[in-house]
Unconditional design. Sequence first.
Length: 152
Amino acid sequence: MALPAQLDDTLKHAIKDKDTRTANVVRMLKTRITERTTSKGFSGEVDDALVVDVIGAYKKQLQKALAEYERLGERGASQAAELRFEIEFCERFLPRGLDEAALRALVRERLSALGVTDAKQVGRVVGDVMKTHKGQVEAGDVKRIAEELLQP
């Protein structure tokens, strides 16, 4: 089932089951997808890649907010719990990330394939890996590993 249809189905079930937390998260995701598709310069259709990109961006935003609420301690506990729920919900729709060993092997392979031997060219490797593994890896992790592998 395509992700847009899966979100619609999840929303229907959440409303039927009176699960307001899930319904609210799905509504937020659908709103963000609509914002992306109606923005200036968008040409295309709503496909799984777009939905994954929107959900990934939303999850990243939630993680930043979660860190802020966790620093508040007891005062931010209820908001932090709600954010954790939303993050876990988003992760259901996102592809699983690569573990450290798999990412290290991928970066090593791309370094040799691109012929990169200088740390000044790490950006090429990051761009190349992000094109093929967007949503599965963080650009910062790719950069860190590439720099480690290129050190003399």
